[in-house]
Write a protein that binds this ligand. Sequence first.
Ligand SMILES: [Zn+2]
Ligand SMILES: [Zn+2]
Length: 405
Amino acid sequence: MESTWRWSAETERVLDEVVATRRDIHAHPELGLQERRTAGLVGERLRALGLEVRTGVGVTGVVGLVEGGRPGPTVMLRADMDALPLQETGDVPYASQVPGVMHACGHDAHTAMLLGVARILAGQRAELAGRVKLVFQPAEEGGGGARLMVADGVLRQPAVSAAFGLHVWNSLPIGTIGILTGPLMAATDALTLRVRGRGGHAASPHEAVDPIITAAHFLMAAQTAVSRSTDPVRPAVFTVGSIHGGEARNIIPEEVVLEGTLRTLDAGVRERMLRRLEAILQGVTAAHGGDYVFDHRPGYPVTVSDAACAELAREVSREVVGAERVVAPPPTMGGEDMSYYLQEVPGCYLWLGSANAAKGLAQPHHNPRFDFDERAMGIGVEVLVRLARRALEHPERCGGAPAAG
Ligand SMILES: [Zn+2]
Ligand SMILES: [Zn+2]
């Protein structure tokens, strides 16, 4: 299996450092928008390579620019830096030294890989036809760091013509790479729904309006919006993960609060589901004599890979892991804020297979024992370097001319 992976001597030379960096970041995880140590380390390494560096982009983000020796477009490579509020329970020597905070998604690997890529590309500066913008962003895990980076101008000066990123992915074995044209990860919407009734005595429900009964009806009816109002081949999921109402067994409360998330892969389905959920809430509460508040906070957009850029990513990935190991996985209803860049510029987001069940390295992401086969980072570095270089050499194949601005 391993003989099918091919990486260059350059990748081989940086791999030990990439692994060491990943372990260092893993031992010192930081939550979103608090990535000060990580951002400091990134900035220091990029400056040591002689790159132009901007810090404090989107709060704690860092941007390094590899200026090529020949003219050409600007290709962006992105890594995220944040960890999760989770207590690590694995007993690896590089386990988190911060109680209650852990790199359980693999963003430590993303940062370490992109630093390895920076070192390789910095050494190839003279040959590059254009620039590579290395983007280290904060707060992917719910904080929308990518949105902050975009608002802070990360896609401009110089204007980015194509953007790429990858995620270590334990749903795929090491040596495989998952690439899709179109939607790969879902749009996420946060819903806070208040079902309002009228409080009263448990023994006299006729004098009250019971929001608990109303909320129960809503919960069941809301699932029919998924099964009856959306095209079965275009997925949607609505999950209520929190429900709060009432303090005592003999009191009908005034209000029940439901917190849920809506996940969709299609803008039309998303709009329709939001309308249907509110209509059901409105109808059910009216039928029970109550009232409601429908509070909707849009989350991350759908993560969509451009067809031409995805094809370029497939080509490069085939060279590294072999054609049969470049797969088209089913999309996931998880969200990813890489979507903010990909809705502005064409590009591709890749899943880098990182599980190795034989070594006990196949825990799901966000698990307190999450870990992966670190050799996947060699594949990741190789793919990113090749992808950046190929996109610079052939701008007509992905991205074309940079957008104005
Ligand atoms: Zn995550
Ligand atoms: Zn992640």
